[in-house]
Design a protein around this ligand. Structure first.
Ligand SMILES: *[C@@H]1O[C@H](CO)[C@@H](O)[C@H](O)[C@H]1NC(C)=O
Ligand SMILES: *[C@@H]1O[C@H](CO)[C@@H](O)[C@H](O)[C@H]1NC(C)=O
Ligand SMILES: *[C@@H]1O[C@H](CO)[C@@H](O)[C@H](O)[C@H]1NC(C)=O
Ligand SMILES: *[C@@H]1O[C@H](CO)[C@@H](O)[C@H](O)[C@H]1NC(C)=O
Length: 406
C-alpha cells in the first residue's frame, strides 16, 4: 500500500514535470514595458521623485500606455524589475514592497493596472539575494509564488544572481509548478539559460521551453547601438538551437527595446524593432513614455511590424544571407508562402544589395508582392529570378512583407 502511494506520488510529480508550464499564456510574444534598462535601481525618491522605483513610476507609465495608444497596439504588461522590495522579509518570511516607495501596496498597484486593461509583472531572483541585493527566493519559492498570486501579479521574471547555477535545471521548473499551483495564470520569465550560457553549462532547450513562457538567452541590453549589434549577432548564432523550441507559449527573449532612450537614432530604432519582430521576441520597452519623441513612438506603434512579431505561428526568424556588412533575415508567417524579410545594414553608410528572391528560398512561379513596412508603401511585384537592387539605410533596415502574386 505504502509503496503504491509512493509510486503514485512519483507518477504525479513525473507527469507534472513532463507536461511543463501549461498556463495558456504568451501564445504570441508578450508586449509591455519594463523599468530596468531606463530606470535601473534608483531608489532615491527624495531627489528623483519622478524616476525612482516607486508605484508612481509604474502608474505614470500605465497612464501613458493607455492614453498614447500603446495598450491598444498590444503593449499590456507593466513590469517592475529589481529594487522594489523591502530589504528584509517580514517576521513571517514574506516579501513586502518598500513601504515608502509603494505606500499603497502591491495589491493596489495590480488593481490599478487591471482597471486600465493592463497587467502587472514583478521581479525576483532564484538565489539568496537579487542582483541588486534585495531578498531572493531561494528556500522561499512556494511562499513567494503564493504572495505574488495573492497580490494579483500577472508575470514573474526570475533572475539568477547569488546562487549555484547547477541548481537551476531543477529549481526553475519547481518555481513553475508553484506558480501553477496558485491557480493564477502567471507568465513565467526565466533567466536560467542565460546563466548556464555564461558558465558554459549545456542548456536543455526543450526543458527551458516547456517550463518557461519566455527566457533570457544572453547578456543585459545597454543603451547603445553596439549592445544591440552584439545581441543580434548572438541571436544569429543560436537560432538553430532555440528556433525549434520557440512557438506559441514559449519565446526567447533578447532583452528590452531601448527605442526612445538616449542612444539609438531613428534608423537604428527601426532596426531594433524590425529585428525583435522577426525574432518573435517579447516587445518590452524600457524608456520614458512621458518624454519620448514622436518619431520613436511611431516606430514602437508600427502596426505592420507588430503584426509580424505577433504572427500566430510564433516562428523565430533566422539569418539566411550575409553580404559584407548587410544581412538578410526571414520569418515565415501564418498564411501560405507569406514572409517577413529584414534586410539589415550594419555599416555606417547606405548600402545597396542585389538580390534574387530565389536565392533566399522563394520558389513560387508567379513571383511575389513586396511591401515596405516602415515606409508603408508597396515595393511592387518581384519575379523570383529577377536581380533586384534594394537600398538599406546606414545602421538600419529595409523591412518587407512578401506574399505570393496572383
Ligand atoms: C496548471 O497546469 C495544468 C496542467 O498542466 C493546467 O491545466 C492549468 O491550466 C495550469 N494552471 C495555471 C493557473 O497555470
Ligand atoms: C521593512 O520591513 C521592516 C520589518 O518588517 C519594517 O519595520 C520597515 O518599516 C520596512 N521598511 C520599509 C521601508 O518598508
Ligand atoms: C557569433 O558567432 C561568430 C562565429 O562563430 C563569433 O565570431 C561571434 O563572436 C559570435 N557572436 C556572439 C555575440 O556570440
Ligand atoms: C511550448 O511549451 C509547451 C508547454 O508549455 C509544450 O507543450 C510545447 O511543446 C512547447 N513548444 C515547443 C515548440 O517547444
Amino acid at each position: 500500500m505504502k509503496s503504491l502511494i509512493q509510486q503514485a506520488i512519483v507518477f504525479v510529480c513525473f507527469t507534472t514535470l513532463a507536461y511543463g508550464l501549461q498556463n495558456g499564456l504568451a501564445r504570441t510574444p508578450p508586449m509591455g514595458w519594463l523599468s530596468w534598462e531606463r530606470f535601473r535601481c534608483n531608489t532615491d525618491c527624495d531627489n528623483h521623485p519622478d524616476s525612482c522605483i516607486s508605484e508612481n513610476l509604474y502608474m505614470a507609465m500605465a497612464d501613458r500606455l493607455v492614453e498614447d495608444g500603446y495598450r491598444d497596439a498590444g503593449y499590456e504588461y507593466v513590469n517592475i524589475d529589481d529594487c522594489w522590495s523591502n530589504k528584509t522579509r517580514d517576521e513571517n518570511g514574506n516579501l513586502n514592497p518598500d513601504s515608502k516607495r509603494f505606500p499603497s501596496g502591491m495589491k493596489a498597484l495590480a488593481d490599478y493596472m487591471h482597471k486600465k486593461g493592463l497587467k502587472l509583472g514583478i521581479y525576483g531572483d532564484f538565489g539568496s539575494k537579487t542582483c541588486a541585493g534585495y531578498p531572493g527566493s531561494l528556500n522561499y519559492l512556494e511562499k513567494d509564488a503564493n504572495r505574488f498570486a495573492e497580490w494579483g501579479i500577472d508575470m514573474f521574471k526570475m533572475d539568477g544572481c547569488n546562487v549555484d547555477i547547477s541548481l537551476m535545471k531543477k529549481g526553475y521548473p519547481e518555481m513553475g509548478q508553484y506558480l501553477n499551483a496558485t491557480g493564477r495564470p502567471i507568465l513565467f520569465s526565466c533567466s536560467w539559460p542565460d546563466y548556464e550560457r555564461g558558465k558554459g553549462i549545456p542548456i536543455d532547450y526543450q526543458s527551458v521551453a516547456s517550463h518557461c513562457n519566455i527566457w533570457r538567452n544572453f547578456v543585459d541590453i545597454q543603451d547603445s547601438w553596439d549592445s544591440v549589434l552584439k545581441i543580434i549577432d548572438y541571436q544569429a548564432n543560436i537560432t538553430d538551437q532555440w528556433g525549434p523550441v520557440v512557438g506559441p507559449g514559449n519565446f526567447s527573449d533578447p532583452d528590452m527595446l531601448i527605442i526612445g532612450d538616449y542612444s539609438l537614432s531613428v534608423s537604428q530604432s527601426q532596426a531594433q524593432m524590425a529585428m525583435w519582430a522577426i525574432l518573435a521576441a517579447p516587445l518590452l520597452m524600457s524608456n520614458d513614455l512621458r518624454t519620448i519623441s514622436p518619431e520613436f513612438r511611431e516606430i514602437l506603434l508600427n502596426k505592420e511590424v507588430i503584426q509580424v512579431n505577433q504572427d500566430p505561428l510564433g516562428i523565430m526568424g533566422k539569418r539566411v544571407l550575409q553580404i559584407k556588412e548587410t544581412e538578410v533575415w526571414l520569418k515565415r508567417l501564418q498564411f501560405w508562402d507569406e514572409w517577413a524579410i529584414v534586410m539589415f545594414n550594419r555599416g555606417s553608410t547606405n548600402a545597396t544589395i542585389t538580390l534574387r528572391l530565389a536565392d533566399i528560398g522563394f520558389d513560387y512561379m508567379l513571383g511575389y508582392e513586396l511591401r515596405d513596412l516602415f515606409k508603408h508603401v508597396e515595393i511592387g511585384h518581384v519575379e523570383r529570378f529577377t536581380q533586384k537592387e534594394y537600398t538599406i539605410p546606414a545602421t538600419g533596415v529595409l523591412m518587407a512583407y512578401a506574399y505570393p502574386s496572383e
